[in-house]
Design a protein around this ligand. Structure first.
Ligand code: AMP
Length: 281
């Protein structure tokens, strides 16, 4: 497995050595877990050559403390990537990657103001800036994103449709811990007790999926879901939303043969967790 740190080196390597290969790309912020690796393995299966980037992007953190405390486990990450048959890891530094690059401007069609965007101002502009830059450098044919970050996935698809980029964005299912809790690098910062209680989030989402009916009111369900999650003393919901899986616009009633995404953000102690599931009618 090759490791490249400099932007100029990867551009040269991509041009000279990878010209005729199909390239799969997985952007990450490191602190890798089985969820990330599932994306890498999918890329390895579907492409001739897989590139993973590890870069904790300061621009997408609206909360300074979250950035400072973001876990860094580079040695373990490299071991996991080697095992997953990743071909190249790109580990740039901030100064190099943002050198002569001010970002990618686009109209988000209001998507950056909803849900995550409402509570994390500037977050999605930071995400779009770094992902566009990485796409420009790596020039992948396929890039893999987790449904765990459902709004991010929708925004990256929108970005590609509004740019001159021609790659495919491939969604990948959320990988969960045995308890049902969606895997996340931030789970490492939960205490054992918090981690156990955080599994209540998926438990509630799943029970709604199994018990809801088409004529239920989304508004009333939102209140019910919040109440149930907040009954757990470790948890506090920030938002609960039913939305269209493509436009992400809020859904005010359910209809036959439709698909709706149920998305939540929940504080567990000092850690903010997100999760979502698909509902089919
Ligand atoms: P991050 O390092 O958090 O920026 O995540 C890198 C990529 O891994 C993103 O596309 C995430 O959506 C994806 N990812 C993170 N956690 C999971 C998970 N539990 N299951 C599937 N994909 C995930």
């Amino acid at each position: 497995m090759k490791i490249i740190r400099k932007v100029s080196d990867i551009i040269k390597f991509r041009e000279q050595e990878l010209k005729n290969l199909s390239i799969g790309f997985v952007p990450t912020m490191g602190a890798l877990h089985t969820g990330h690796i599932s994306l890498v393995e999918k890329s390895v299966r579907e492409n001739n050559y897989t590139i993973v980037s590890i870069f904790v992007n300061p621009k997408q953190f609206n909360d300074k403390n979250d950035f400072i405390n973001y876990p860094v486990t580079i040695e373990k990450d490299l071991e996991m990537l080697e095992k997953s048959k990743c071909n190249l890891v790109f580990i740039p530094d901030s100064e190099d990657i943002y050198n002569n690059y001010t970002g990618f401007r686009m109209d988000f069609d209001g998507l950056d103001k909803l849900y995550e965007g409402e509570f994390r101002p500037g977050h999605f502009q930071g995400v779009v800036d770094i992902v566009y830059r990485l796409f420009e450098i790596v020039k992948p044919h396929n890039s893999y994103f987790g449904e765990k970050d459902f709004q991010q996935l929708a925004i990256i698809k929108l970005m590609v449709s509004k740019s001159n980029l021609t790659l495919n964005i491939i969604p990948c299912a959320t990988v969960r811990e045995e308890s049902g809790l969606a895997m996340s690098s931030r789970n490492e910062r939960l205490s054992a007790e918090e981690r156990k209680n955080a599994s209540k989030i998926f438990e509630v989402l799943n029970s709604v999926k199994n018990s809801m009916k088409i004529d239920d009111s989304p508004e009333k369900l939102i209140n019910k879901i919040s109440e149930e999650i907040n009954l757990n003393p470790f948890l506090k919901t920030e938002y609960v939303a039913f939305c269209d899986p493509t436009t992400l616009k809020p859904v005010f009633s359910f209809s036959q043969n439709s698909v709706v995404r149920l998305c939540v953000a929940v504080w567990c102690g000092k850690i903010r967790l997100i999760d979502n599931i698909s509902l089919e009618f």
